[in-house]
Ligand binder design. Structure first.
Ligand SMILES: [Zn+2]
Ligand SMILES: [Zn+2]
Length: 265
């Protein structure tokens, strides 16, 4: 839930310092979105093999750095289908195996992964239907591209829209995509003051949004719960508490993503 870089330490321990990874369980299926450092904890909690559909939003470090430390991928009883977009001619498999090699990493995926892994492309506009669950994606507004995902199951729905900057025509598409979902997980990395550079360098064009825009998107799309996501690594727990208070004044059904948070629908 933490953006950009892991941020461990006493000041971030309550919300957690791991980078993006969320798990969605629907019926008999398990879905994992992004492979940030949080996936190490997810793997440890599984205490054994896993059978899951993995979707990667984009390939910035904070969204795939956890993969080589994801325990179940070393278990030959595990099965994964790993999906993500092709970028600059490089498939999801090319990118994931590309970052696990010298000089970035000591061993390759081929050397150490023992789970059965299948890799498939997944692009904006694609739709996967499995066991009554539908996963779909649209393009968000982020340097180098990023997919926002929507999961639908038995009339319940979630949108995972991390790493997206507001202020262009993609906003309207994302509002349409998120229309009426139960949970909207949205990039709220900055405050408007930080974004516009009122107290430091401006963050425009960096590919992230503000809590003010998160509230706007959630209201426009008439979603149930807004989950603020991709917290700025410099935001301490106390600062995040204060920020959540401000958000709740404008939109009661809002909370900040937290390590281990579970939402039942
Ligand atoms: Zn990110
Ligand atoms: Zn990014």
């Amino acid at each position: 839930m933490r953006g950009s870089i892991p941020s461990p330490g006493p000041e971030t321990a309550r919300y957690g310092g791991n980078t993006p990874c969320i798990e969605v369980r629907a019926g008999d299926e398990t879905f994992i979105f992004d492979l940030g450092t949080g996936v190490r904890e997810l793997g440890a909690a599984a205490q054994g093999p896993l059978d899951a559909h993995i979707f990667v939003s984009h390939y910035h470090y904070d969204h795939l750095q956890g993969l080589p430390f994801f325990g179940p991928i070393f278990d030959p009883r595990s099965r994964f289908t790993i999906r993500g977009p092709t970028r600059n001619g490089r498939s999801v498999k090319d990118v994931l195996s590309g970052h696990m090699q010298q000089p970035f990493f000591p061993v390759t995926a081929e050397m150490v992964f023992r789970a059965r892994c299948e890799y498939h492309g997944f692009e904006a506009g694609d739709r996967l239907k499995v066991n009554g669950v539908t996963v779909s994606a649209i393009e968000a507004n982020h340097p180098g591209g990023n997919l926002a995902y929507r999961i639908d199951y038995k009339g319940r729905s979630i949108v995972y829209a991390t790493d997206t900057e507001h202020g262009n025509d993609r906003d309207a598409q994302l509002i349409e995509f998120s229309r009426g979902v139960d949970v909207l997980i949205y990039d709220a990395m900055y405050t408007e003051d930080e974004y516009l550079g009122r107290n430091g360098s401006p963050k425009t064009g960096w590919g992230h949004s503000t809590w003010q825009n998160a509230v706007h998107m959630a209201d426009e799309a008439k979603v149930g719960t807004l989950v603020l996501f991709h917290h700025d690594p410099v935001r301490t727990d106390d600062a995040l508490d204060a920020l959540v208070k401000l958000v709740k004044k404008q939109r009661k059904a809002s909370l900040a993503a937290k390590e281990g948070l579970v939402i039942k629908l």
